[in-house]
Design a protein around this ligand. Structure first.
Ligand SMILES: [Zn+2]
Length: 402
């Protein structure tokens, strides 16, 4: 007991010491409940993002490990509460079924105490969730989550948590900016972001790692802006030489997104790739996309843009019918993960279209593998961001127009 600094020996000293410990613990308990307040419900304080985590599934499995409340979305009426729930939720003709309990409610909100857990189909989430039965009786699950809590779940999927801190910080600022931009674009929609590659890949609490979480924490509130507006801070895996002008892909014409040369990503594992596509498979995909085409005879790149990406591509069949597609539409049709980028050359070998390509992703904004190399060379997060978004300012959320 010497470490308590009491100095008394024997039984009496021991009792004295125990008494002191008792009162100290009591005092600390009272103090902490006074300072920290009662247990709080997770409210996703500050900016709350609405992330679509599940769409069009007939049922989901919901597990709540901790005190929870389930209420009707519109009225706020409490439907269920308790310390623990394990139930399948399914859409029915009359509403939603929770376990074997039928309800005539079309949507409900699940709230848990902060630091309790919500599991949806085995994946753990922070914040609250809404489960909504759609007109087709299938379910839509939306996670309401504080901006940085959301970013914790995004970063692990977007970059390796083993990368240097400066590139993780640059990624945190870009991802925070992009999330706010999406939220601004989707104000009138039922959700701000999807949890897939069409927004940013978000894996929930299951995906968090210490280093990526730290990068979010140390950049808290910091975002990129241009002319006081939140920047559409697109980013991608590997540009392979030159980043893309955003105007070639979307209706976004901004000086920080006009494209820069990048020699930093030359060691990226995605720098160069080859893709073989069977001609019958290409014909099938074109037919699925409502193009009328027979046996494919030739595929020619008609034009490339300044960054070396395919602008227009012509596909001809053996009857002479020609289809002209943009590089963007071609990649979308093939599947963005199947066709890694629109930076490729093409040739036909036997019954295959052979694409020799470079880079991964749309190519706009920060090149993640280039940013990684810059950080390895000692560049700071700010320098990385200024390189890939020239002219953009690094500011704080409260200073951008909402
Ligand atoms: Zn690059």
């Amino acid at each position: 007991m010497y470490f308590l600094g009491d100095g008394k020996a024997g039984e009496e000293g021991f009792r004295e010491t125990m008494k002191k410990i008792f009162y100290t613990v009591l005092a600390l308990t009272l103090l902490s409940s006074f300072v920290l307040g009662p247990l709080v419900w997770a409210d996703g304080s500050d900016t709350v993002m609405r992330v679509l985590i599940i769409d069009d599934k007939p049922s989901v499995f919901l597990a709540l490990k901790g005190k929870y409340k389930i209420s009707e979305i519109n009225s706020g009426r409490i439907l269920m509460e308790g310390p623990y729930l394990d139930a399948q939720i399914a859409g029915t003709k009359t509403g939603l079924r929770i376990g074997n309990k039928e309800s005539n409610v079309y949507g409900f909100k699940v709230k848990v105490l902060r630091d309790s857990n919500i599991y949806v189909d085995g994946r753990r989430f922070r914040g609250d969730i809404d489960i909504i039965r759609k007109d087709n009786l299938k379910l839509e699950v939306i996670n309401y989550i504080g901006l940085d809590d959301y970013l914790y779940g995004v970063l692990y999927h977007e970059v390796s948590h083993r990368w240097p801190l400066e590139v993780l910080k640059a990624q945190a600022i870009a991802a925070r900016t992009f999330a706010l931009y999406q939220a601004k674009q989707n104000k009138s929609q039922p959700y701000d972001l999807r949890s897939d590659i069409y927004s940013q890949v978000y894996g929930g609490r299951t995906s968090e790692k210490w280093s990526t979480t730290h990068a979010v924490d140390v950049t808290r509130g910091r975002v990129l802006a241009y002319n006081g507006d939140i920047l559409p801070a697109y980013y991608h895996a590997t540009c392979a030489g030159f980043t893309e002008d955003a105007v070639n892909l979307w209706n976004v014409d901004l000086p920080p997104l006009k494209g820069v040369s990048c020699n930093f990503c030359v060691y990226s594992p995605h720098y160069k790739w080859t893709k073989n596509i069977a001609l019958w498979d290409l014909a099938r995909k074109l037919k699925d996309a409502n193009y009328k085409i027979d046996k494919i005879a030739s595929v020619n790149i008609l034009s490339k843009n300044r960054s070396g990406r395919v602008d227009k591509l012509e596909i001809k069949d053996d009857t002479g019918v020609a289809i002209v597609l943009t590089g963007k539409d071609f990649r979308q049709m093939m599947g963005p993960n199947e066709l890694r980028s629109t930076k490729f050359d093409s040739s036909i070998k036997g019954n295959n279209l052979v694409l020799s390509g470079f880079g991964w992703g749309h190519g706009v904004g920060m090149c993640q593998w280039g940013a990684f190399e810059m950080a390895k060379q000692g560049k700071k997060a700010e320098e990385i961001l200024q390189y890939y978004y020239p002219g953009a300012e690094i500011t704080t959320i409260d200073k951008v127009k909402q």
